[in-house]
Ligand binder design. Sequence first.
Ligand code: CDP
Length: 220
Amino acid sequence: MSFLIIAIDGGAAAGKSTTARALSSRFNFLHIDTGSYYRALTAELLRRGLNPAEVTAVESALAELPLGTVVDGRRAQIEVGGRLVPEAELRGPAVNAAVSHFAALPAVRAALLAYQRDQARIAREHRFAGLVMEGRDIGTVIFPDADFRFFLHADPEERARRRAAEGQQDSIAERDRLDSTRKAAPLLCPPGAIDIDSTFLSLDEVVARVSGPIAAQMGA
Ligand code: CDP
């Protein structure tokens, strides 16, 4: 059986997580939400009282932070310095406000690069049929040779509405601006990726569009 790598990129609240979860459950893929990795590193750096302007101090902190992985059902979670950061902290306002600033630092991206690629080994060891990884630079930097690369986008008003419906306070427009304009691995549609505008699609319709070519390849 071949092992498939699926990359899903897109801006905040574009529907990546729901789509990735649906693929993971339908095809038995390990689901990796790399946004939660950047959030976990951010939470730990904030706990240490660091801010993104203190580049040297951030670099030293990263050098002494071991990263581990816990596979929980079909989902991979990162352990930073032996700690799983609670979901409420990961999605809280302090991390929402700081994450894109930390994620723009080359040292932070470098700390996660090999770690993210190594998740393919973990998925194979756990006998998954593949992995579905979502983020901002998966199809451009982490797995440019992925079997399938998707880029999801939607109008900013629709994305803000979705985030508010989740009960979250989150300035997604500001994060998108920072993510798209940074020098290191900016958010962009990977060349050759399948580009899906989800503004007027239900999540089921997005999942159907993404699943189609994968099911065809897997003969499922
Ligand atoms: O859930 P949402 O789409 O709002 O964001 P997220 O996926 O949790 O990602 C949080 C932040 O992490 C993003 O705004 C980016 O700044 C950063 N990130 C990144 O730089 N590269 C990735 N591959 C994933 C996330």
